[in-house]
Design a protein around this ligand. Structure first.
Ligand SMILES: [Zn+2]
Length: 318
C-alpha cells in the first residue's frame, strides 16, 4: 500500500506550541516498523500547484499566504506563525492527499500520513489548517473527470466546518461529520449530515451513531469515491477531545468506515486528521491502527481484483 508524508518539512515552532508536529514522523516510523507500509512505498508528494489550490481557495487568500501578508487576526485564527516552510508544508500536505486519492483510484486504498485540514475555508485558515486538502483533492479529481461524486467521512472530533462550508450547495460532494457537539468550532457549519455527540460519549454509543449515519450517507451521496478523515482526537485521553473512546473503539470505527466503503465499491483515500493526546504514544498508536486497517482494506481490494483477474502488473509511478 502506498503512503505519502511531509514530516521532513519542519515548522519553526516553540517547544511549548500545541501543534503536535513530532507525531507525524512517529506515525511514519511506527507504520514502517510494523510493516503496514513498506518504506519503499512511502513518498514525499509534490506540492499542490496554485492552479489546484485555486479550485477551492480565493486568489486573494492564496497570495496572502504565499507572500506572508496574513493579518495578525488571520494568524491568530490559524494558530501557527507564518514562515516560508509553513507555505511549503501546507502545499505538500494538500499534495499528499491528492496523491493518495490518485493512487486509491487504481489501488482501492492509499493514505496520507498527515492531512485532514478540514478547518480551512475558501478565504481563511483556522485551527492549524491553511488549505483544505480534501476539498482541493476532490475538486481536482472532478476537474480531471476521474470521479463524479464524492463522500467525505470526517470522524475527527472537531466538526469539518471548512469542508462543510466549501461544499455547501455543491450536490456532487456529500459531507458527513461525526464530532463532539460542544467542542471547537463552537459555531458549526452545515454538513450534509452532522452527528454531534455529547461530551463523554463512549465506544458503543459512538459506533451505533456512526453506523446509522453511514447507512444514511452512503446511499444519499451516490458517490464513486470516498475520503476518510480519521482523527485520533475522539480518544478519551485527548487534550482537545472531550469524548470517551478507547483504542479498541477507534479501531472498530476505522474498520466500520472502511468496510462500508469497500461494500459500496468505493476507492478510499485515508488522511489522519487531529490527535493531541496527553500521552503522545497513544495518539501515535491510534493513527497507526488506522493505517493498519487501511492496509487490510487494501489487501482485500487486491484479493478481490485478483479474483476478478483484473489486477494490473504495473505499479503507479511517482
Ligand atoms: Zn480535530
Amino acid at each position: 500500500m502506498h503512503g505519502f508524508y511531509c514530516d521532513d518539512f519542519v515548522l519553526p515552532l516553540p517547544a511549548t506550541h500545541r501543534f503536535p508536529q513530532d507525531k507525524y514522523r512517529s506515525v511514519r516510523e511506527a507504520v514502517t516498523r510494523q510493516g503496514w507500509i513498506d518504506s519503499s512505498d512511502l513518498h514525499v508528494p509534490e506540492a499542490a500547484s496554485g492552479e489546484e489550490l485555486l479550485r477551492v481557495h480565493a486568489e486573494s487568500y492564496w497570495w496572502r499566504v504565499v507572500r506572508g501578508t496574513l493579518s495578525c487576526e488571520e494568524l491568530r485564527r490559524l494558530g501557527l506563525p507564518w514562515s516560508p516552510i509553513l507555505v511549503e508544508r501546507a502545499r505538500r500536505s494538500v499534495g499528499a492527499t491528492l496523491a493518495a486519492c490518485r493512487v486509491a483510484l487504481t489501488e482501492g486504498c492509499a493514505v496520507n500520513l498527515g492531512g485532514g485540514t478540514h478547518h480551512a475555508f475558501v478565504d481563511r485558515g483556522e485551527g492549524f489548517c491553511v488549505f483544505n486538502d480534501a476539498a482541493v483533492a476532490l475538486r481536482t479529481l472532478q476537474h480531471e473527470k476521474q470521479i463524479r461524486r464524492a463522500l467525505v467521512i470526517d470522524c475527527d472530533v472537531h466538526q469539518g466546518n471548512g469542508t462543510a462550508a466549501i461544499f455547501a450547495g455543491d450536490s456532487s460532494v456529500f459531507t458527513l461529520s461525526v464530532h463532539g457537539e460542544r467542542n471547537y468550532p463552537l459555531r458549526k457549519e452545515l454538513s450534509n449530515l452532522d452527528v454531534g455527540l455529547a461530551d463523554g460519549t463512549e465506544d458503543d454509543a459512538y459506533l451505533a451513531a456512526l453506523a446509522h449515519s453511514l447507512d444514511r450517507a452512503l446511499p444519499a451521496a451516490g458517490a464513486d469515491f470516498a475520503l476518510y478523515v480519521s482523527g485520533a482526537d475522539p480518544h478519551w485521553n485527548d487534550r482537545l477531545g472531550r469524548l470517551g473512546l478507547r483504542r479498541d473503539g477507534l479501531r472498530l470505527r476505522d474498520r466500520l468506515v472502511m468496510a462500508r466503503c469497500r461494500q459500496a465499491g468505493l476507492p478510499l483515500a485515508v488522511v489522519l486528521g487531529g490527535g493531541y493526546g496527553r500521552a503522545m504514544e497513544t495518539t501515535v498508536a491510534v493513527h497507526e491502527a488506522t493505517v493498519a486497517e487501511a492496509r487490510r482494506c487494501w489487501d482485500n481490494w487486491r484479493e478481490q481484483e485478483r479474483g476478478a483477474g483484473a489486477i494490473s502488473a504495473k505499479r503507479p509511478s511517482f
